[in-house]
Design a protein around this ligand. Structure first.
Ligand SMILES: CCc1cccc(CC)c1NC(=O)n1cc2c(c1)/C(=N\C(=O)c1ccc(N3CCN(C)CC3)cc1)N=N2
Length: 281
């Protein structure tokens, strides 16, 4: 945590005794996430509890280690902080930034779809976070609405460790949904940074229409629609030509032809609609 003067607190050894545990935020295959309060500073965090026997069982120690090292090294306003971690005999505890606003997915479900200003603001935040990740050679953040949180001011936070912990409020199709995967991913071809540009196109469409563009009854049909880039825009709700232009320039099968992150930030729809502060009231 930052101390009052805002400089980093020294790397100290944390333990469960340092925290008062609150209500569970979600649960799943590897463990649960709770609200927690650090006893001395009263600082609110989210505590992700992962069971060691689950990690041994699924042989993912190194993946977890890599994800934790990446997450600890990332410092960006739109990426959820991992402050530190500790463990006891049977569990590993991740001390995470607490996002008071909950899941963006919840907001999307409640309002069906977002305004162009809100959608553009979140796409800009995601683009800036991804540009930062790509600078640090981190690709393929698993960005789908279920992995996006909102802080107390409504600022977007990418909250994934590439670590699927299923929580109650997640879509059933969540586990293994193909909706967000680029053609090169679903065709199991080598993928690079440009998969994230594709996913930004998917999310922009879903923010504006409330459903991902290639949604279909079965995974096989979604698969077919993705590799065909079978993209069409519903007549409702009305969206601007610029918004459709941006989506069309991202959902391109040839990954080298997708709009770059820099060009997304300069796109007329983003420049006109996004709130640079990342907060759109
Ligand atoms: C939930 C466990 C899980 C499974 C899979 C992936 C992820 C990453 C998003 C997670 N979450 C995770 O790691 N999380 C790390 C987190 C975190 C989750 C979180 N907050 C919440 O989950 C949350 C949810 C609802 C909330 N509401 C308050 C306002 N109300 C009106 C509505 C409810 C407020 C906060 N803060 N850091």
């Amino acid at each position: 945590m930052e101390t009052q003067k805002g400089q980093e607190s020294p790397k100290r050894e944390w333990s469960l005794r340092d925290f008062e545990i609150g209500k569970p935020l979600g649960k799943g295959k590897f463990g649960r996430v709770y609200v927690a309060r650090e006893a001395k500073s009263k600082y609110i965090v989210a505590l992700k509890v992962i069971f060691k026997e689950q990690i041994e069982k699924y042989k993912i120690q190194h993946q977890l280690r890599r994800e934790m090292e990446i997450q600890t090294s990332l410092r960006h306003p739109n990426i959820l902080r991992l402050y530190g971690w500790f463990h006891d005999d049977e569990r590993i505890f991740l001390i995470l930034e607490y996002a008071h606003g909950g899941e963006l997915y919840g907001l999307l479900r409640k309002t069906n779809y977002l305004s162009e200003k809100q959608a553009a603001t979140y796409i800009l935040s995601l683009t800036q976070a991804l540009a930062y990740c790509h600078e640090k050679n981190v690709i393929h953040r698993d960005i789908k609405p279920e992995n996006l949180l909102l802080d107390h001011e409504g600022r977007l936070k990418i909250a994934d460790f590439g670590w699927s912990v299923q929580s109650r409020s997640k879509r059933q199709t969540m586990c293994g949904t193909l909706d967000y995967l680029a053609p090169e991913m679903v065709e199991n071809r080598p993928h690079d940074y440009a998969v994230d540009n594709w996913t930004l196109g998917i999310l922009c469409y879903e923010f504006l229409y409330g459903i991902p563009p290639f949604e279909a009854e079965s995974q096989t049909d979604t698969f077919k629609r993705i590799i065909k880039v079978d993209l069409s825009f519903p007549s409702e709700p009305q969206t601007s030509a610029e918004a459709k232009h941006l989506i069309t320039r991202l959902l391109v099968k040839d990954s080298s032809k997708r709009l770059s992150l820099q060009r997304i930030m300069e796109h007329p729809w983003i420049v006109k609609n996004a709130d640079p502060s990342g907060i759109c009231k």
